[in-house]
Design a protein around this ligand. Sequence first.
Ligand code: GTP
Ligand code: MG
Length: 171
Amino acid sequence: GIKKKEVHVLCLGLDNSGKTTIINKLKPSNAQAQDIVPTIGFSIEKFKTSSLSFTVFDMSGQGRYRNLWEHYYKEGQAIIFVIDSCDKLRMVVAKEELDTLLNHPDIKHRRMPILFFANKMDLRDALSSVKVSQQLCLESIKDKPWHICASDALKGEGLQEGVDWLQGRQI
Ligand code: GTP
Ligand code: MG
């Protein structure tokens, strides 16, 4: 068949936000894992969609592993940043990690697209994607295309909208 364009994507965000669950749901159903466990270090996941061949660096969000993220920034062509919309106490920590990411020399001057998932929207006390966007000050990101989607990774809701947006970014 026709060879699909390959893209390298970094999947970042705090531990327990749902990164691995999201990446798993994007895979074809016969390739999906049944049980998701906290990521140790990182995991490289490959899958194809209708138009692209994805290689995703699914990084652990645990504090002790976050220093690994920057080693993969150069390789990444796009970022998926996942937020637990219910984790109000750690929204400031998510913002700090995002700000550190945006100011990193390997990221700062590149126009790489960032897709945000305001995840766990199925839970009752979840913040809306607008609220998450405000708390993370996403409007201040002027030099990179970005987009935020509310998602429920357990049901897979909102994920396709996000991937469609990414696919339209000419990465
Ligand atoms: P680390 O690998 O530790 O960085 O975490 P992670 O961001 O990969 O999170 P993971 O995908 O392991 O999910 C953490 C927990 O959140 C799991 O128990 C998931 O089932 C749950 N979870 C993920 N997405 C959702 C969601 O949209 N809604 C609900 N209710 N739970 C979710
Ligand atoms: Mg994980």
